[in-house]
Write a protein that binds this ligand. Structure first.
Ligand code: NAD
Ligand code: TYD
Length: 338
């Protein structure tokens, strides 16, 4: 069998790095080219164990830069493109939407255009459940209307629909995935779970927004990677696939689970001003994917305990990230010192 080349963008981030690990654990006859701009969220340490592997190529660059994207196509002729590259933090998108619109929309355009020019087998656009907006009851299907409620979600919805338009207009082999909230190792400690675990470990406050009762559906990142690979193999061109965790929890439940696991007191919880436009609940119906034969492999509570323990065991990974610009963002955003 010929060696397949995976062109992964944003592979130094949380999900992208887990996906590259997943690929190398699963196959030994593939090549991976990772294009990453190394923004504050991109961390080469996430892939330290494979950085010298001969089947792995890292290119530092921007998905909005058509020259670098074209060079990759010319040199490596990828079979599959999996686009993880994005500005991904809702709170940052509220203060600075411009960079989200560039990467999450214009960057998708550059990748699609170049893929169209050179051709490839699959273009997987990693979208998100946030494009649907909030739902009080029931769950969104792939046919539900999109009502993104913050600049991150809106720019992702733009990239999502642009990718679809390249299937309709140019018959490109595009598939779009919309997953729920991921958790696992290597997640930048600005997101709920790694922020709260690392703050608790240092006996710092856990800033919980509003009444703490917003609901997210949690998906273990390893299940997410497995679902992406399943969709790449078995999914149909032009289709959207929801990927749910099936684990809806209020933020306060997640927070208490973390504190209980770490044996830390509940008075570390600090209720803070709510996020503007804070989506109340996310919920996905992913029966379309399940009917195709995919299912989660990990138990939620076990995976959450393993994740918390990973941050306990890898302080050297996250400590340097909670410094410099992060501290300034934290102070500005939460109106308190870390
Ligand atoms: P992340 O912020 O951890 O990583 C993003 C990566 O993209 C970083 O390595 C960053 O350096 C890189 N990047 C940013 N701008 C770039 C650019 N212009 N060019 C090249 N690289 C660039 O994000 P994540 O949590 O790993 O999310 C990955 C993808 O999955 C995103 O598209 C996100 O929208 C989607 N998603 C995330 C979740 C979640 O819960 N984290 C859920 C569903 C979907
Ligand atoms: P987050 O991890 O930012 O993911 P998203 O906004 O994409 O769902 O937040 C998850 C939930 O946790 C969301 O309801 C907002 C809430 N949250 C807090 O209460 N405090 C925080 O400091 C953060 C970062 C999030």
């Amino acid at each position: 069998m010929s060696v397949k080349t995976y062109f992964v963008t944003g592979g130094c981030g949380f999900i992208g790095s887990n996906y590259i690990h997943y690929l190398f654990e699963r196959y030994d006859n593939i090549r991976v080219v990772n294009l990453d701009k190394l923004t504050y969220a991109g961390n080469p340490a996430n892939l330290k164990d494979i950085e010298n592997c001969s089947d792995y190529v890292f290119v530092k660059g921007d998905v909005c830069d058509s020259k670098v994207v074209e060079e990759i196509f010319q040199k490596f002729r990828p079979d599959f493109l999996i686009n993880f590259a994005a500005e991904s933090h809702v709170d940052r998108s509220i203060g600075d939407p411009g960079s989200f619109i560039m990467t999450d929309m214009y960057g998708v355009y550059v990748l699609l255009e170049t893929s169209k020019k050179y051709g490839l087998e699959r273009f997987i656009q990693i979208s998100t459940d946030e494009v649907y907006g909030s739902i009080e009851e029931g769950s969104f299907t792939e046919g539900s209307s999109l009502k993104p409620g913050n600049p991150y979600a809106a720019s992702k919805a733009g990239g999502d629909r642009l990718a679809y338009s390249y299937f309709v207009t140019y018959k490109m082999p595009v598939i779009i995935t919309r997953a729920s909230n991921n958790f696992g190792p290597y997640q930048y400690p600005e997101k709920l779970i790694p922020l709260f675990v690392t703050n608790a470990l240092e006996d710092k406050y856990l800033p919980l927004y509003g009444d703490g009762k917003n609901v997210r559906d949690w998906l273990y990142v390893k299940d997410h990677c497995d679902a992406i690979e399943f969709i790449l193999e078995k999914g149909k061109e032009g289709e959207v696939y929801n990927i749910a965790g099936g684990n809806e929890r209020q933020n306060i439940e997640i927070t208490e689970f973390i504190l209980d696991y770490l044996g830390k007191p509940k008075n570390l919880i600090k209720y803070v001003e709510d996020r503007p436009g804070h989506d109340r609940r996310y919920s996905l119906d992913d029966s379309k994917l399940r009917n195709l034969g995919w299912s989660n492999k990990y138990d939620f509570e076990e995976a959450l305990r393993a994740t918390i323990q990973w941050y306990v065991d890898n302080r050297d990974w996250w400590r340097p990230l909670k410094s410099g610009e992060f501290l300034e963002f934290y102070k500005r955003h939460y109106k308190m010192e870390l």
